[in-house]
Design a protein around this ligand. Structure first.
Ligand SMILES: [Zn+2]
Length: 303
């Protein structure tokens, strides 16, 4: 879209009758409808820090989110998202919380779109992840810092009087996804396994859907008030149950059609999940969700 910087225009530009050729008139109208942020801001990533509860904050980089916890002598950070985001976050943390370096950097899982750029914090932070995340980061050469501290089932990280509990709950969205519970802040950070009133991502690449459903049941049994997902808005534990119910319904419906001998094309036409039409990404992803569930159930049937 054409954008004219207002600073380059004469002061009376829009009101000058002599300048009101059709072309100028069109440009005037354009200025009226353009958002105040202008073209430059539209191309820049949207980066925001908002408080969640107590000393826990949420960091947004466009469509990706992570959280960080400020302790007395440092900060426990999570997914760096990418190198540019991590640089921005590092300088914001230095400005807002001087004298508090990032002591720990915890990865939610090994996917590069959430954890690239970890090297930005490697000067002060111990990098933590599930043991299989470390294997995948090394094997896939994910452009980030390699975890130095790993675990298999559960671990608690403590720093400066603050703590976060890390749980591995099975092979769900990936085989190395963990959830992070902040007990004193009543919050849970869970990436790519749950979203608030939004369909799961596309066709469940890498997903193991039965374990995924069990993972969400385990999350529902945890004690927390605020759900902070890796994408989209904040929610509550009730949103976890809704997401689990969506996966269960999708599974039931796809399986019923498969048992009736239908092809994947027929199943995509038959299974609509229409009670979730109001959820985000419904139009874009519902068929992909059906296809992914079909592929998962077919592969599972053969094993
Ligand atoms: Zn992922």
């Amino acid at each position: 879209m054409l954008y004219i910087e207002p600073a380059r225009l004469p002061a009376d530009w829009c009101s000058s009758m002599t300048a009101l050729s059709l072309r100028y008139f069109a440009a005037c109208l354009l200025l009226l409808v353009l958002p105040s942020t202008g073209a430059h801001a539209q191309n820049e990533p949207q980066r925001v820090i908002v408080p969640i509860a107590g000393d826990l904050y949420r960091f947004q980089n466009n469509f990706h989110y992570s959280v960080f916890l400020v302790a007395s002598d440092g900060i426990i950070a999570t997914d760096p998202i990418d190198a540019g985001a991590a640089q921005w976050l590092k300088s914001e943390l230095g400005r807002r919380f001087p004298g508090k370096p990032v002591r720990y950097l915890i990865y939610s899982h090994s996917h590069a779109d959430h954890i690239a750029g970890g090297q930005v914090f490697a000067d002060t932070a111990t990098v933590v992840a599930h043991e299989r995340a470390k294997e995948r980061i090394l094997a896939e050469k994910v452009p980030t810092a390699v975890p130095a501290l790993t675990f298999s089932d559960r671990m608690t990280i403590e720093a400066g009087g603050k703590r976060v509990e890390l749980y591995y709950l099975g092979h769900n969205h990936s085989d190395n996804t963990i959830v992070m519970r902040f007990p004193d802040e009543g919050a849970l950070f869970a990436v790519d396994i749950v979203a608030v009133k939004r369909l799961p991502y596309r066709d469940f690449p890498d997903g193991h859907l039965d374990d995924w459903i069990e993972t969400l049941k385990a999350v529902e049994r945890m004690d927390f008030d605020v759900l902070a997902p890796g994408h989209g808005s904040l929610g509550t534990r009730a949103d976890v149950a809704e997401h689990r119910r969506y996966l269960e319904l999708l599974r039931e419906r796809v399986k019923r059609e498969m048992d009736a001998g239908k092809s994947v094309q027929e199943i995509k036409r038959a299974v609509k999940m229409s009670e979730h039409e109001s959820w985000g990404s419904y139009r874009d992803w519902v068929e992909l969700n059906v296809e992914g569930m079909y592929r998962y159930l077919r592969a599972r049937g053969r094993n």
